[in-house]
Design a protein around this ligand. Structure first.
Ligand code: SAH
Ligand code: SF4
Ligand code: F3S
Length: 467
């Protein structure tokens, strides 16, 4: 037996053993709440955590006050994300004074950063358990040790990369599912903390991914979202060589798959093979999220993005030549260190030229440990905010114009939830990933239905269900 298989087997036995021990402790009466910050990776990790909790006999609840265990799954990508966690830890410290049995666990990307981890350990003595992004499977053992008197039960080792793959997931939705195809990132964009929190890039074997998707489809899933920080470089180092586009072709052929999405692709690695997949694969959604970050080639170089403004625009042209109706989305950051007014104008020029359907915009946030944080040319907050507003003033009217084109058209929507704004409506997404609210009933949740669009704004569309 090779040592990796050995390790997986030993770890599975150990997980099962600690789950049994925790079942004895919980006696099916303990309650847990999981709070998730950050991206889809974290959302999916929380699904695995919830699966383990239920196995141990915990009941999942929403109210902190009733909880015996609160788990904070954290994100480090921006300062504001970390601040939220510190605020929540402060409230939990208070809650612990009234609920002495409460256990507090912190996991996720912040716990992979030594500075944040040390700060939590020092400032919040109420924290009982800490685990990293590759140690979810250790949760039963850490909990057990905490119940047996260990003051801080912690595991943040990175050596068990594959072991969390073997966990099940308590999926938030039965009809749309996240599937990890790779972990980590090798790109080291100079502003970004993710390579330090999630480690080096590692792809999962295609057969394993396909098997997971088949079993999700058997359980009623209609939409599969493939997750990775940079899905275009999927396949490096695999035993059975498969490119990302080849993986998409395989998934498209799985009987019962209705929609395929993926997050996120890096512009530098968009291949022709992938562009043609958008033309050829009937289940691949008509939507591409292609984060540009900035429009100035000078800033892109400082960011270590490995493409210029012109390269990016050329790729967009090619994508639109092959697939003129594709909806495009992006991430843009303003105020990267050294960004001048001229650089920022390049960003405005780029967004006017590309005409994005959707956008996620951020103020640059300094992350200690990344190269950009060392720059002496930090942009003052006031200027960052002014640029941010200028950018939104250009992005949003374009998004509105794009959405207007859907008025009176009938689109296919996967019903996902009761609408947050109006409980008589159902919300879901169309092929282009646009949020659609429509008059419908709970029966439409989990189904793909035809909706005629009646009105739109820059962020969402309203419609009525039609046969
Ligand atoms: N892997 C993805 C991005 C993951 S992080 C990709 O490369 O596209 C999601 C987004 O957060 C990034 O695209 C970037 O726009 C933003 N982001 C990352 N680090 C940031 C920082 N230090 N300050 C502000 N925004 C940041
Ligand atoms: Fe961060 Fe860049 Fe990796 Fe995305 S590609 S996770 S922005 S380092
Ligand atoms: Fe945040 Fe970690 Fe995702 S830093 S954005 S939760 S990979």
């Amino acid at each position: 037996m090779n040592s990796n298989i050995d390790l997986i087997k030993t770890s599975q036995d150990s997980v099962n053993e600690y789950i049994r021990k925790m079942e004895e402790i919980s006696e099916n009466s303990l309650k847990a709440k999981v709070i998730t910050h950050g991206c889809q990776m974290n959302e999916h990790d929380s699904e695995k955590i919830k699966w383990l909790l239920e196995k141990m006999g915990y009941k999942l609840i929403e109210d902190d006050n009733e909880a015996d265990l609160v788990i904070l799954n954290t994100c480090s990508v921006r300062h504001s994300a970390e601040d939220k966690v510190y605020g929540q830890l402060g409230s939990l410290k208070h809650l612990k004074t009234t609920n002495k049995n409460l256990k507090v666990a912190v996991c996720g990307c912040m716990m992979q950063r030594q500075a944040s981890r040390d700060y939590v350990i020092e400032k919040f003595e109420n924290v009982d358990i800490i685990f990293g992004t590759n140690n979810i499977w250790k949760l039963p053992e850490l909990l057990y040790k905490s119940y047996n008197g260990q003051k801080l039960s912690m595991d943040i080792q990175n050596k068990y990369l594959d072991l969390d793959n073997n966990l099940g997931a308590n999926r938030l939705y039965s009809y749309k599912s996240y599937v990890n195809i790779m972990y980590g990132c090798n790109n080291f964009c100079t502003f970004c903390i993710v390579p330090y929190t999630r480690g080096r890039e590692k792809s999962r074997e295609a057969d394993e991914i396909v098997d997971e998707i088949k079993s999700l489809i058997d359980k009623g899933s209609k939409e599969i979202t493939l997750l990775g920080q940079n899905v275009n470089s999927y396949g490096r180092g695999l035993e059975n060589k498969t490119s990302f586009a080849q993986l998409l072709y395989r998934i498209n052929d799985i009987k019962g798959v209705e929609r395929i999405r993926f997050m996120t692709s890096h512009p530098k690695d968009i291949s022709d093979e992938l562009i043609y997949a958008f033309r050829d694969l009937d289940h691949l959604c008509n939507f591409l999220h292609l984060p540009v970050q900035a429009g100035s080639s000078r800033i892109l170089k400082l960011m270590n993005r490995k493409y210029t403004k012109e390269d990016y625009l050329r790729k967009i042209d090619k994508i639109r030549q092959v697939n003129p109706d594709i909806a495009l989305s992006t991430d843009i950051m303003v105020g990267f260190p050294g960004e001048t007014e001229e650089d920022f104008e390049e960003t405005l020029d780029l967004v006017k030229r590309v005409e994005y359907d959707t956008s996620f915009t951020f103020l640059y946030s300094m992350r200690s440990g990344t190269p950009a944080a060392k720059s002496l040319n930090q942009v003052p907050d006031k200027i960052k905010h002014e640029r941010f507003q200028k950018l939104l003033d250009i992005l949003y009217p374009i998004q509105y114009e794009k959405n207007k084109k859907f008025i009176n058209k009938t689109v296919k929507v996967l019903g996902e939830d009761i609408s947050k704004k109006d409980s008589r409506k159902i919300s879901g997404r169309n092929d282009e990933f646009k949020l659609v609210n429509f008059n419908g009933s709970a029966e439409d949740i989990g189904k793909i239905v035809n909706v005629k669009i009646t009105s739109v704004n820059s962020f969402a569309m309203e419609g009525v269900k039609v046969e």
